[in-house]
Ligand binder design. Structure first.
Ligand code: ADP
Ligand code: ZN
Ligand code: ZN
Length: 732
């Protein structure tokens, strides 16, 4: 028999290792295949690795080839293996980090699985047991035995719990088993994630409106159409137009065709309604995958998908790597949401991965939103749901200017809120800034309290009595006096959600005010709890950061308010217009979803801003037309590609030199496809000095390659020791 060589990618965090490495597969490991997980000797250590290819020859002489130490039971499906490696290459990461995205959850390093299936002894009534119970002949059964049999008549149950409930113990069970009245069996028991939803609920499939019907038909036609056709669709539906119902019925269509489906949502915690609706409709064929699940739950859901016991996966961006076979439909709900981009290496965009995966498995891709990204609007075929399901108009939006205003709330906004209180309705108020005040200064020497690690000011969190940095987590006690001049007069500037909550309570008493932001939502069930409280109250105000504008459906909300709506526009970012438009349009979408109608107040320093005007008119198409023109003129996405490289170091100096070196290397290869902007200094973050450069390219492939080569070369150069590099393709 010839040699079998396994090409193994070791799962190591080190960037410098260049795999894959060759190992000889001995005869007794004949099951080893692409996707197998092996424990291999690596230097003097043992390491977990994934087989990425098999070969018959190796460049390494046969007598120097090592053999794997062990094979693991679990493995990675082939398509996912390929996808993981592709993501690594596309986003300038390492194969190991790409593979980490597709491994079974709970895979520990070094070959010891971190999570195992949960096994449990299950007791079941036998036919003889049923007969004994029904015969009513009490003489042969003890009272505990009888209670236990009666319990099991309702169906199999966990043995230990059933015996305990019957007042007996293990002995009672064993006695019944010996007599053949009960059978005992060890089964894997699934750890179930909670799917409790919140907000408005619909039962079974709805009769679709003509617009929904047309959209569904277009999706199904592509599912059944030729493999060569473009299967990527944009479901552009205003808020409340019934997009979710279209997804649900499209998923049903995929299942009817024997295929599976992936539904991506921005964040499960923030969108419990959507996940809940899928579970209501499809029951246990739905698996949830997200980071807040316990390790056991996550593992069990993954296994159910892998085995085909669950055919629909609902989850945030990482769910795009669900181990489903034969995916027929991929839905990206709220496709404009920035959470689809991962903010740590590999900095992948789940929308790009969804596109790749859909192409690989011949799936239909449906990106749905009320506020499409310019990228999707330009490149996907558009299906429109121009009206709300109930035929209600979108709420009128009023823009109010705040220049020179002393108070956080404009008098007109106060009037609108008081009306909500007087009528016993609900309002949602968005201020995208948490904490009490955004910065503190000394009144006598003008000292500003800044973060010692980052060049930003500290935010006052009054209830916690701390000043906190929102970038690095540094926090310190609220100062009693200025450490520089001793003055006890400290000024608090700006308003955050915490302070706003207090002001709203004061103005609107006795209307309950519920706050939703990263501070109140901390903890596993935090967001759900806050949303449920708001949902359960007959009237009230929900105040918070962007979190309040996600796809919630609360019919009693009649007023939406956005404060400081143009704050985002004051940041130099080519996406700020898009962000601002989406934020206002999405918040507006939360209002007026019920019989009470609705209205929206938008406060801004510059109420004439372009993106605000279009949002106020609910004119996504108008906004996008202008935005695309602007992007084209500047060569920004979708008319070009951006790659950002950030270099950082402890001391000032090396980061700038490294950024310069990367810039020079990339610039040397640029002619023909792009240019480099920078390098430029960035504000200090988490104790590190930073410099960045941005590559702007008309062609993506050569740009990614040039950046990867440049960063690798500079990182390997001893002259730049101590510098860390982060590469972000398609920065958000
Ligand atoms: P979107 O996702 O576009 O914001 P949803 O799918 O949440 O809209 O729909 C808004 C509401 O309308 C939901 O309560 C949903 O159950 C309901 N709905 C959706 N489609 C229909 C329909 N065809 N007939 C009646 N009600 C519907
Ligand atoms: Zn001072
Ligand atoms: Zn900080």
């Amino acid at each position: 028999m010839g040699l079998v060589i396994a090409k193994v990618e070791p799962l190591t965090p080190a960037r410098a290792l260049r795999g894959p490495f060759d190992y000889r597969v001995p005869g007794h490991m004949s099951g080893v295949d692409v996707g197998s997980m092996l424990v291999v000797p690596f230097g003097r250590r043992r390491m977990l690795g994934v087989v990425v290819d098999l070969a018959e020859v190796s460049e390494i002489p046969a007598d120097r080839l090592l053999e794997p130490l062990a094979t693991l039971e679990r493995d990675v499906p082939r398509e996912l293996l390929r996808l993981g490696l592709e993501v690594a290459a596309e986003y300038c990461s390492t194969p190991a980090r790409g593979l980490a995205l597709v491994l079974p959850p709970g895979t520990g390093r070094g070959g010891r699985p971190g999570v195992r299936p949960r096994r449990e002894l299950v007791a079941k009534l036998t036919d003889a047991g049923r007969a004994a119970l029904e015969s009513g002949d009490d003489t042969r059964l003890g009272s505990r035995q009888r209670v236990l049999l009666a319990t099991l008549a309702g169906g199999p149950a966990a043995a230990a719990a059933a015996a305990r409930d019957a007042g007996g113990g293990h002995a009672t069970l064993r006695a019944l088993e010996r007599r053949g009245l009960v059978s005992l069996e060890t089964l894997e028991r699934r750890r179930r994630p909670s799917m409790a939803g919140v907000g408005a609920r619909a039962d079974g499939p709805a009769r679709l409106t003509p617009a929904q019907e047309a959209a569904l038909a277009a999706i199904v036609a592509r599912m059944d159409g030729p493999a060569t056709s473009d299967r990527r669709l944009l479901l552009h539906g205003v808020t409340g137009s019934g997009k979710t119902e279209v997804y649900l019925q499209a998923v049903a269509a995929a299942l009817e065709r024997g295929r599976s489906a992936i539904v991506l949502v921005p964040e499960i915690a923030l969108t419990p309604q959507t996940a809940g609706r899928f579970h209501d409709r499809f029951g246990d064929s739905v698996a949830l995958l997200h980071s807040r699940l316990g390790a056991g739950e996550r593992y069990d859901e993954w296994v159910r998908l892998r085995r085909g016991q669950a055919r629909v996966c609902v989850g945030p961006r990482s769910a795009i790597f669900a181990p489903l076979s034969d995916v027929g439909l991929i839905v990206v709900d709220e496709e404009h949401d920035p959470s689809y981009k991962q903010e740590s290496d590999p900095r992948y965009d789940a929308r790009w991965v969804a596109d790749r995966r859909a192409e690989q498995s011949g799936a239909v891709l449906v990106a749905g939103t009320a506020t499409p990204r310019p990228e999707s609007y330009r490149s996907l075929r558009r299906l429109a749901l121009p009206e709300r399901v109930d035929g209600r108009a979108l709420p009128p939006v009023e823009l109010v200017g705040m220049v020179g205003a002393a108070e956080a709330l404009h008098p007109r906004t106060c009037d609108a809120l008081e009306q909500v209180r007087d009528r016993g309705e609900k309002a949602i108020v968005l201020l995208n800034r948490r904490g009490w005040s955004n910065f503190l200064t000394c009144r006598s020497c003008a000292r500003v309290w800044g973060c010692p690690q980052c060049d930003v000011s500290l935010v006052l969190h009054r209830s916690a009595a701390r000043l906190a940095c929102h970038h690095c987590g540094h926090s310190e006690a609220v100062p009693r006096a200025c450490p520089d001049c001793g003055s006890v007069s400290v000024a608090r500037h700006g308003v955050g959600t915490e302070r706003l909550e207090g002001e709203l309570e004061a103005i609107l008493d006795p209307l309950p005010v519920v706050r939703l932001d990263a501070d109140t939502a901390a903890g596993a069930t935090g967001v759900g709890d806050v949303l449920r409280r708001f949902d359960a109250a007959p009237a009230g105000v929900l105040v918070g950061t962007q979190m309040v504008a996600k796809g919630h459906d609360f019919p009693a909300v009649t007023l939406g308010v956005v404060l400081d709506a143009d704050a985002t526009l004051r940041f130099p970012d080519f996406r700020s217009e898009e962000r601002t438009f989406a934020m206002v349009a999405q918040l507006a979408g939360r209002s007026g979803r019920g019989a009470g109608g609705g209205r929206v107040m938008v406060q801004a320093l510059d109420p004439g801003a372009r993106s605000l005007g279009y949002a106020a008119r609910h004119d996504a198409e108008g906004f996008l037309a202008g935005e695309l023109e602007r992007r084209q003129a500047l060569g920004y996405p979708p008319f070009g590609h951006l790659i950002r490289v950030v270099c950082s170091s402890r001391e000032a100096g090396p980061e700038a030199a490294a950024a310069r070196a990367v810039t020079d290397r990339v610039a040397a290869r640029c002619p023909g496809w792009g240019s480099v902007l920078g390098p430029a200094a960035l504000f200090r973050l988490k104790g590190r000095e930073r410099a960045q450069l941005v590559v702007k390219a008309s062609s993506r492939g050569p740009a990614v390659e040039a950046v990867r080569d440049a960063v690798e070369a500079v990182a390997a150069d001893r002259a730049h020791r101590g510098v860390a590099f982060s590469v972000d393709v398609d920065p958000q």
